[in-house]
Design a protein around this ligand. Structure first.
Ligand code: ADP
Ligand code: MG
Length: 248
């Protein structure tokens, strides 16, 4: 498709920290509704890429267009979130003393962590949405339990659910399967595939079984740039990728 059809278009994104290039002319093109896995060795620049997209880090060079319009690199984090870009960090940060249901209710009220939000109560339409999200994240049975008692995997799903409450068009999810059991990892791949039916999703992940289960296009980052892109099978057979992963 053409650049103006992309939901996200990164071109020549360069980020330096004290002269070290964490991103080195990174380019990426995402179609609306796409599910994309981003893999690459530690330090490849995956999280920094998400920092640039969400306005946490401003690049030295390059553009980041959302729907062919806004250059995200000129906007701050709040403005980018308001455009419909949501991010999940690696560590789950749920309100441990609130129930699962209350966590989803609280997520309707940004900014997170503000105590005033604790007094907020959802409207009927919002309650219907909470019920829907509880189904998507498979935590309906636990809705009245304190989030602190959930397993690590369930906390991750709850946080993904909290992100869904804000109905972002583009979701960025950083290493969701880290620390999960194999069963939780496979369930997370299913969950993200289901979410990608209505949202565009970028997932950073190390676990190759997880990426295989996603069954989507894969981008391999290395030293702050795209090394290869295509199906998992194609990138796994790419000689540059083989060399990098085997450390040659
Ligand atoms: P990945 O998520 O792929 O593991 P990161 O994007 O976190 O990689 O980091 C890419 C590189 O940039 C790493 O070498 C990291 O040490 C460096 N880096 C990231 N953030 C900063 C920062 N705030 N200051 C200095 N160096 C950083
Ligand atoms: Mg990272």
């Amino acid at each position: 498709g053409a650049v103006q059809d992309a939901i996200l278009y990164l071109d020549g994104i360069t980020v330096s920290f004290d002269g070290f290039r964490a991103l080195n002319s990174l380019s990426l093109y995402l179609e609306p509704g796409e599910l994309r896995a981003v893999i690459g060795p530690n330090g490849a620049g995956k999280s920094t890429m998400m920092d640039v997209i969400t306005g946490k880090t401003r690049p030295d060079l390059g553009i980041a267009r959302f729907h062919g319009g806004h250059d995200l690199t000129a906007l701050d984090e709040a403005a980018i979130a308001n455009l419909g870009i949501g991010r999940k960090f690696q560590k789950p940060t749920v309100f441990e003393n609130q129930t699962v249901y209350e966590n989803l209710e609280l997520a309707l009220k940004a900014p997170r962590g503000v105590l005033a939000a604790l007094r907020f109560r959802a409207s009927e339409r919002q309650r219907a949405r909470i019920e829907e999200v509880l189904g998507i994240i498979n935590l309906g049975r636990q809705q009245n339990e304190a989030a602190g008692g959930l397993s690590h995997g369930q906390k991750q799903w709850l946080e993904i659910g909290m992100l869904l409450m804000q109905d972002p068009e583009l979701l960025l999810v950083d290493e969701p399967a880290a620390g999960m059991t194999d069963a939780e990892t496979m369930r997370t791949a299913e969950l993200l595939s289901e979410i990608a039916r209505r949202h565009t999703v970028v997932v950073v992940e190390h676990d190759m079984e997880f990426v295989r289960a996603l069954g989507c296009r894969v981008t391999v980052l290395h030293e702050g740039a795209v090394l290869a892109e295509g199906s998992l099978a194609a990138v796994q057979n790419n000689q540059d990728v083989i060399d990098v992963y085997l450390g040659r």
